[in-house]
Design a binder for this molecule. Sequence first.
Ligand code: MCA
Ligand code: AMP
Length: 501
Amino acid sequence: MNQNLYALFAMHFQPAAIAFELEDGTRLSYAELESETARYANLLRALGLAPGERVVAQVEKSLSAVLLYLGCLRTGCVFVPLNTAYQAREISYFIGDAKPRLVVGRTEGAEALGKLALEAGVAHVLELDANGAGSLASAAAAQSTHFATVPSAKDDLAAIVYTSGTTGRSKGAMLSHGNLASNAEVLHAYWAFQPGDVLLHALPIYHVHGLMVALHTALFNASRIVFLRKFDAADVLRRLPDATVFMGVPTMYVRLLGEAGLDRATCAGMRLFVSGSAPLLNETFDSFRERTGHTILERYGMSETNMNSSNPCAGERRGGTVGFPLPGTALRIANDRDEALAAGEIGEIQVRGPNVMSGYWGMPEKNTEAFAADGYFRTGDLGRIDAEGYVSIVGRAKDLVISGGLNVYPKEVELLLDALPGVEESAVFGVPHADFGEAVTAAIVPRPGAQLDEAGVLAQVKGELAAFKLPKRVYIIDELPRNAMGKVQKNLLRERYGKPG
Ligand code: MCA
Ligand code: AMP
């Protein structure tokens, strides 16, 4: 059987059913999804792209962006999504690393992206949907609506998803057709998708959560996908009565709770609310249940592994936990010798299964660090499993801040701050934030005699990294707290500056 992920989706398509419904009421049936993605696939082939070649896309969330993704799958090309917030220095790194044959951008910043891509020797650079002729979407419109999806093996690459690295260098998680298909099938069953389910989709599609977890489960179900360009709490609330499933990051639930109209009546037709990408506070879990009568189902995953564990659909969904290991995924709590610990003990969460990536793109040395000798992937998350088997995440071994569901590796921001004139050294850490969960915060020590202030520092780093990575606050201090080994004590900084904001 063809293991191409698109071919597996297509086995479930119901031609007359609606696949996508956009904000302006435009609808696309599953039959049209098949013919439109064929156009994109034909265009990719006409551009000379062969299976295994990379397509980097930094595009706004749109139907064309989904068609491009599915078109890539159909041709066997490897899709490399980039967050729209990424700035020139981040983008040039990704292009240099992924070595794509095609880069697809948006109209905003098209010139700069085109220049970066051409300098890197990329064969084709196209705008996705620029007005008028010349865009990828308009070129696709001229292509045939028939395309035989290429045969793929389970191990063939389908996507590379970049995650920041602890050393400041991003790593590309290599996800195969088999990784994605196995996870989608498992989640589809575990979350009890059923005929008639309608997904309200408000997540960005440049990360695993929105692009894969949400879209794949719905496509496997031939569901209608109400596709919103971005998350807006009031808009989501208005559309809930027309949906049955919603997936979001905790910030989205916090913002929904801020809407006076969120109540049992608005959510009466909903079947499932899923949360992930960052810890869901018990307060949010409890308030949501009180207001809506729905118990949010929290699950846990990573770009490298897709989803690892989930609270049950039918059984008890326990707040503060990420549920049970998913069927087919082995999960252990390990000590620093990669040995499994007993129930209740805290250690690193390690996972193994068909959902786990084969490794990092072009970084064999990182794979040695990332995997234990027996093949378990080291997540860098600290957790425990209770006597009933529920997994809880209790912390992180990796130095990471998760802000509004987006990962920020302090090292990357520190490298930028340290390079500013007048900066002796810096430390970046997360403090509690009512909306984003954690807020990126920096403490900076000036060089002797240098005059630094918060506004000046922020003005200098604007545009150098994606805005969500930049500190929300910068504190200028005399020295960083260090332990006897000379290591910066970020816990002390968090305590000092961590007033909930
Ligand atoms: C936006 N801003 C942020 C964030 N988002 N600052 C910190 N953290 C953020 N997450 C800043 C912008 O830079 C801007 O700042 C200002 O807020 C307004 O930007 P806007 O785009 O209007 O923000 P928003 O629409 O309110 O976005 C908030 C959001 C969004 C909806 C929570 O961040 C979001 O969609 N997050 C989800 C990301 C996601 O899908 N994560 C999954 C990855 P300024 O005004 O200064 O320019 S993890 C994953 O995939 C794994 C596998 C998993 O487990 O799911
Ligand atoms: P990413 O690399 O962007 O895919 O982010 C993956 C990281 O997000 C994981 O390693 C966890 O630290 C975090 N994460 C995902 N889901 C949850 C969750 N439900 N609770 C706490 N942290 C989570």
